[in-house]
Design a protein around this ligand. Sequence first.
Ligand code: FES
Length: 105
Amino acid sequence: MPKIIFTDTSGTSREVEAKAGQSIMEAAVQNMVPEIDADCGGACACATCHVYVGEAWTAKLKPMADMEESMLDFAENVQPNSRLSCQILMSDDLDGITVETPESQ
Ligand code: FES
């Protein structure tokens, strides 16, 4: 099962296993990873699952859909590596992906 390494704003890292096809947000919620609220449950309608994807991984992700890009406009402290974690589906290619959670959602 592909792993995700979450690092929160205090610098604490947590390694979580995800099922292939599961979103990073779903894996976070299932494993009670802090700082990911996911208010809309993955409908790409809240931007409270905002994460910063590790630089080494950004090129491996599918490009953002228009809706994700629009929703990120509502997130705070957006950076070039910002993504909505509900829109990133895990696969073996993403085994070991690193994401950081932002200060606020
Ligand atoms: S969970 Fe709402 S946009 Fe991702």
